[in-house]
Design a protein around this ligand. Structure first.
Ligand code: ADP
Length: 429
């Protein structure tokens, strides 16, 4: 018996302006390469002949502008080709943005408005392809030598760092379709929850803070200023969610609003922004390839993101386990502190807890499995306005010896004793 291996490879021919949509199998990675022609994955071009390995469950598309042959090795959950895509309209948006970047670059750098490249914000319901469009616009810009800044305000399914955070990072190269956004030095603020309704005021404060820091950074950096921003948002577009979108547009001074897949949101945005002549509101079609994710899948993705933070994408990192004395740590929670009972208030007064109140937290067994952020603050009163250095994961609490064991991505002392706790938990699997 020769033990012949059944052939699992398959070739797919892509006509021009069509795409191969793939959902990788749940338990097996998929290998894929470009055999001939040209093709890209969400704006990032494939190198010829080069095998790429995609992790289980990943959903993506290989698009070709001029035609290509793709080879796949391994099973998939689904794979099919589609020739109806909104890619032409997306690349047209890119062309307009590119013109504005050129204009910004050519203008005198003393004029802060003229030298500012486009600040694009992508809005739309969940699963309308917002992150995907953001990545494409960034990758196409980077391919042309720009260094746009990616801002991710999605605390549920963000792609820069772990859930519960908002973050920004410069994009200097097309985004790797497997590795994702490079994690060198992102600017991260920890909100601590995966839904904004938990503390809307805190969310706004952090968005404002991030916007102000970027504004300062860009003032002294003409290259980054001309590159502009692409801002990805949450899928929450009703009520308070809608208000938060307007707040973000305002905070970042966005001048291009791309509305994906919803007529109603487009018309609301257009009406509310029509007194701002320098803001363009553009309606774009949702791609038929966007895959809807239910609550369970979202939860699973969040858990993967945390795992990836500590263990790396292919388990290639080994997180460090450390032990700290309770007395060496100083843990704070923002808002949600104990409220005064209604009976203790004057008649007619509403019970209001200050959502921005910083409350010290005593360490107890309930902290097991929480993910905490390590603040860059030097003093507690700086915590709200400080970005975070990274995250730790609580793996053990010894109340008797008053010691806390935690995982961190790197060995060595924590950059600060000030830690922020929210409701973000993780169970190692
Ligand atoms: P949103 O940010 O609006 O929630 P995403 O951009 O994250 O939506 O898209 C949802 C999912 O659909 C992601 O897993 C993404 O990779 C996938 N996806 C997006 N566009 C395509 C496409 N054209 N073909 C296949 N999968 C896609």
């Amino acid at each position: 018996y020769t033990g012949a291996v059944p052939a699992t490879t398959k070739q797919v021919k892509l006509e021009k302006e069509s795409e191969l949509r793939i959902e990788v199998a749940n338990n097996t990675p998929l290998r894929l390469r470009l055999l001939s022609g040209t093709a890209e994955i969400f704006g990032s071009e494939l190198a010829p002949e080069n095998w790429l390995t995609f992790p289980p469950s990943l959903k993506f598309a290989v698009f070709s502008w001029s035609g290509a042959t793709i080879e796949m090795d391994g099973p998939t959950e689904t794979d099919y080709t589609a020739d109806e895509t909104p890619m032409v309209s997306y690349v047209n948006v890119h062309a307009v943005l590119d013109g504005r970047r050129n204009h910004a670059k050519a203008s005198s750098s003393i004029d802060p408005d003229a030298s500012q490249g486009p600040r694009v914000i992508v809005v739309g319901p969940t699963d309308s392809g917002k992150s995907t469009l953001s990545k494409m616009l960034l990758s196409w810009a980077a391919k042309q030598g720009w260094k746009p800044t990616y801002v991710d305000l999605d605390i549920g399914q963000g792609s820069i760092t772990i859930p519960g955070s908002i973050a920004a990072t410069p994009i200097e190269m097309p985004i790797d379709p497997v590795e994702g956004i490079p994690l060198e030095m992102p600017l991260v603020y920890f909100y601590g929850h995966t839904t904004p309704s938990q503390n809307v005021d805190l969310y706004k404060v952090l968005v404002k803070e991030l916007a102000q820091v970027l504004e300062r950074q860009m003032t002294g950096n003409t290259e980054s200023r001309a590159g502009g921003m692409v801002i990805n948002t949450m899928g929450w577009i009703e009520g308070v969610g809608y208000e938060l979108l307007l707040h973000a547009i305002d905070a970042f001074n966005a001048n291009v609003v791309l509305v994906l897949g919803q007529e109603k949101l487009f018309s609301m945005m257009r009406d509310v922004l029509k007194n701002k002549p320098n803001v363009d509101v553009v309606k774009l079609q949702k791609s038929g390839g966007v895959v809807s994710r239910n609550a369970k899948v979202r939860q699973k993705t969040r858990s993967y993101r945390i795992r990836e933070y500590f263990y790396g994408l292919g388990n290639d990192l080994s997180p460090h386990s450390s032990i700290a004395n309770f007395s060496d740590l100083s843990i704070f929670r923002v808002g949600g502190g104990p409220q005064a009972p209604k009976s203790a208030l004057p008649i007619g007064a509403d019970r209001v807890a200050d959502p921005l109140r910083l409350a010290p937290v005593d360490i107890n067994r309930d902290m097991l499995h929480l993910v905490l952020a390590v603040s860059y603050a030097q003093e507690p009163d700086q915590i709200l306005s400080s970005n975070v250095a990274g995250f730790i994961y609580v793996t053990d609490i010894d109340m008797q010896r008053r010691k806390l064991t935690y995982l961190s991505p790197a060995a060595g002392e924590l950059p600060s004793k000030y830690l922020i706790v929210g409701s973000l938990t993780w169970t190692e699997t």
